[in-house]
Design a protein around this ligand. Structure first.
Ligand SMILES: C[S@@+](CC[C@H](N)C(=O)[O-])C[C@H]1O[C@@H](n2cnc3c(N)ncnc32)[C@H](O)[C@@H]1O
Length: 281
């Protein structure tokens, strides 16, 4: 029987239409929206979900906000432990969901060279000597890139000292020895590189001038952002696969040619999180 069916059996039928059908399971922690339920019912329902889905802690779904993408006030519905561990494509990540975001929707794309062919293709670079990850967080991409390119020097940058603490521990835990860490605003980092990864959403374009200046000749920027499908000119599924003209024109003004373009995931009903490979011209 499906988990939700089992959960329903333990809950008064009058509440069945208020039970969430979707949730995010991040290691030992479940993130779920119980806002529709009365305050006094939440804990018990959260406990039932915890038992059925085999997690230690249940957190109310909330937003991440600000430049550091910190989760807004975390409401514990059941349990207390918010530090969790996730294993993906051979890498272990440890983080505190009270402090740091984790996007389950990026799973495949976090795999870099270790995952599906499409992702592997985006992250295949020709003998890179230096790769910089400007928004490294707890090592979402940097760890996979370090493993995929053992001869390269990987520089992982993040502004948030709490993310850096987890990044440091995750590098150790995964026995990786080719990552250097910088706890600073990426715009203060003047190192040159063959590849610069911009795993950020919101105003990624504001970091492109600095990226351009730091990239070696013919260097590559891996660019993430969210755009409205309308702006991209994509109406149907079949429109994906080409590079939108508006996007390539915009990137040209920044000194880049778009070599690859793909959707990572839907980001709201009419917006898409995209990834693009930009080559410095
Ligand atoms: C959205 S998270 C990374 C998400 C990740 N790519 C994923 O797949 O889940 C963005 C990170 O960028 C960091 N950050 C934000 N602005 C920054 C800046 N100007 N320089 C360096 N790091 C920054 C934040 O601290 C945060 O750890």
């Amino acid at each position: 029987m499906k988990p939700l069916e089992n959960i329903k059996q333990k809950v008064n039928p009058s509440l069945h239409n208020k039970l969430p059908k979707r949730w995010k399971k991040i290691g030992n922690v479940l993130i779920i929206d119980l806002e529709n339920l009365a305050k006094e019912k939440k804990r018990k329902i959260a406990e039932i979900y915890a038992e059925e889905l085999n997690v230690r802690t249940v957190i109310q779904k909330n937003k991440v906000s600000g430049e550091l993408r910190k989760p807004e006030k975390v409401e514990l519905l059941y349990g207390t432990e918010t530090i969790t561990e996730i294993s993906e494509y051979g890498i272990k990540y440890r983080l505190d969901l009270n402090e740091i975001m984790w996007s389950p929707g990026n799973t495949g794309w976090r795999s870099a060279l270790a995952g599906p062919e499409k992702v592997n293709d985006f992250y295949s670079f020709d003998k890179p000597r230096t790769i910089i990850d400007y928004f490294a967080g707890i090592g979402y991409f940097a760890l996979q890139m370090a493993r995929g390119y053992p001869k390269a020097r990987i520089i992982a940058v993040d502004k948030n000292p709490k993310a850096i603490n987890y990044l440091t521990a995750n590098i150790k835990e995964n026995n990786i020895d080719n990552i250097e860490i910088i706890n600073d605003d990426c715009r203060n980092v003047k190192w040159n590189a063959d590849v610069i990864h911009l795993g950020y959403i919101g105003n990624t374009i504001d970091f492109l001038d600095h990226t351009y200046n730091c990239l070696n000749e013919n260097g590559i920027a891996v660019f993430h952002e969210a755009y409205r499908n309308n702006w991209l000119g994509f109406k149907r599924r079949s429109d994906w696969g080409s590079v939108p003209t508006k996007f390539s024109d915009l990137m040209e003004t920044k000194g880049f040619v778009v070599e690859k373009f793909e959707r990572v995931k839907f980001y709201g009903p009419s917006t898409s999180h995209i990834i693009a490979i930009l080559r410095k011209i």
